[in-house]
Design a protein around this ligand. Structure first.
Ligand code: PLP
Length: 236
């Protein structure tokens, strides 16, 4: 019988090991050095206990998708493991930019000019920066956040050259019903022609494909932590 208990009691250390082995193999097949691919363990909805297991297993890079949830979980964890890095991979509202910059080492969802201006202002005000990834809406899906491919080069230049933002790379979430490789290829090409070295793409279902297309950051949740816990409504 599947109970709540055994549904959530995945062996996180073993899962991390298995995902890393698959990344290494995909890199090897693609002729890339395994250490050129960073695994971002997406811990959204999972409790501090599960995250602590991953930290104890030696993992140091995590991703979350909500500011409030991260503020509830992360300060205590970071106090115990100050070398851990946490990236925001979910949408960021302008009124939460201050809190996001206080907490996150990376922001992977820079998806509009207004947010770019707010981040530039906040980095200045706090005297600290989070490395930024620009989210590209490679599938041009109306319901999805991100800069359209046709506007990407201009937006990258605007953020980097005019606003002086620390743009590390690009990020995408391909449409669920399309061949992910097409989108990964497009993102990698866009990063290359703009001289950006970091490419965040690939999730539990397709991270090996992403590695083949040049991902430097794969964002994997379910394959590490198991099924996500039901989202608590009204969390933010
Ligand atoms: C939840 C999430 C992931 C991880 O998805 P899995 O399929 O659980 O690996 C990756 N990227 C983003 C932006 C997410 O919100």
């Amino acid at each position: 019988m599947v109970t709540a208990e055994n549904l959530y009691s995945a062996d996180i250390r073993q899962n991390l090991h298995a995902v890393k082995a698959r990344i290494d193999e995909a890199a090897r097949v693609a002729g890339r050095a395994p250490d050129t691919v960073a695994l971002v363990a997406i811990s959204k909805t999972h409790g501090a206990d599960s995250i602590a297991d991953a930290i104890t297993a030696g993992h140091r890079l995590f991703g979350e998708n909500r500011v409030q949830e991260s503020e509830d979980k992360w300060p205590a964890l970071l106090e115990r493991a100050p070398d851990v890095r946490v990236h925001l991979v979910g949408p960021l509202q302008s009124n939460k930019v201050k809190r996001a910059v206080q907490l996150f080492h990376g922001i992977q969802t820079l998806d509009r000019p207004k947010l770019a201006r707010a981040l530039a202002h906040e980095f200045d005000a706090q005297g600290r920066q989070s490395e930024c990834f620009i989210q590209i809406n490679t599938g041009e899906e109306p319901q999805k956040a991100g800069i359209l491919p046709s506007e990407a080069d201009g937006f990258i230049a605007e953020c980097r050259d005019k606003m002086g933002l620390p743009i590390a790379g690009l990020m995408c979430i391909p449409p669920a019903d399309e061949e992910a490789g097409l989108h990964f290829g497009l993102l990698a090409e866009m990063a290359g022609r703009n001289g950006l070295h970091r490419i965040s793409m690939g999730m539990s279902g397709d991270f090996e494909t992403a590695v083949r297309f040049g991902a430097t950051h794969v964002r994997v949740g379910t394959a590490i932590f198991g099924q996500r816990r039901p989202v608590r409504l009204g969390l933010e």
